[in-house]
Write a protein that binds this ligand. Structure first.
Ligand SMILES: [Zn+2]
Ligand SMILES: [Zn+2]
Length: 237
């Protein structure tokens, strides 16, 4: 754990002690330790009838949408319960850019049931490049993976997957540019055999990052890959 990450965690814990029981979205007093009040939880938009492969709303019958039936992705399941909009977007942006590490736990407290009963051997957070990790001090995907690990009792593997290319931020890029930007950005070395893993990230936008990670995991012999994140963007930013 880096020094800055320890500092952020202590500061966040102190904040919670000094400001107990305040909803982190609307700020009203709440008596429970649920972080977000029931009104705000109800207002978090869920993806309606998500396709089990791309996580987007599926108007067709069955678990897989027509687009995925025609061109299946490299992974076997996606779980990304919330729509990346409104309060979900604010909470995730604070987690990612404003050092609010406890937001990962707060979100998962309310959506952890979506990830239960989907057993995998390990949780693998999408890594940041070393240069970005030094700049930010923490990796939000790792915060999500650590909390999921505690809630679901599945180990986190932080060492097998590495980002070997310092890429431009994906947001703001077209699908084509995202694919080029992320090409050959990852390296995967397996220290132990896994039958199945879940790759963990904060949001899924086009899936380009996940596709690139699946390529290196498939090469290492992992056949069953799930993609888990807090939220699904319904359109590109
Ligand atoms: Zn609230
Ligand atoms: Zn689909």
């Amino acid at each position: 754990m880096s020094g800055r990450r320890i500092y952020f965690n202590i500061r966040n814990k102190l904040n919670q002690i000094l400001n107990p029981g305040l909803c982190l979205t609307c700020g009203i007093s709440i008596t429970s330790s649920e972080f977000i009040c029931s009104h705000c939880v109800d207002s978090l938009e869920l993806v309606s009838a998500p396709c089990s492969l791309c996580g987007l709303p599926n108007k067709a019958e069955g678990p897989v949408c027509p687009a995925c039936l025609q061109h299946p992705p490299r992974w076997q399941k996606m779980i990304a319960p919330l729509v990346y909009t409104g309060s979900t977007r604010h909470i995730i942006q604070d987690l990612k850019f404003n050092e609010q590490l406890h937001h990962a736990n707060a979100m998962l407290t309310h959506i952890q049931h979506y990830f239960k009963n989907h057993h995998v051997d390990a949780l693998i957070p999408v890594p940041l490049h070393q240069s970005r990790l030094l700049e930010r001090g923490y990796n939000q995907a790792e915060e999500i993976a650590s909390n999921l690990s505690r809630l679901l009792n599945i180990p986190v593997n932080r060492s097998s997957l590495k980002r070997i290319k310092a890429t431009e931020a994906q947001s703001g890029l077209s699908l084509n540019k995202r694919q080029k930007n992320i090409l050959k950005a990852f390296e995967f070395t397996l220290q132990q055999p896994y039958n199945s893993v879940a790759i963990i990230d904060d949001i899924i936008t086009t899936g380009s990052t996940m596709t690139e990670i699946c390529k290196v995991m498939n090469k290492a012999g992992i056949k069953h890959i799930q993609v888990w994140s807090l939220a699904r963007a319904l359109k590109h930013d």
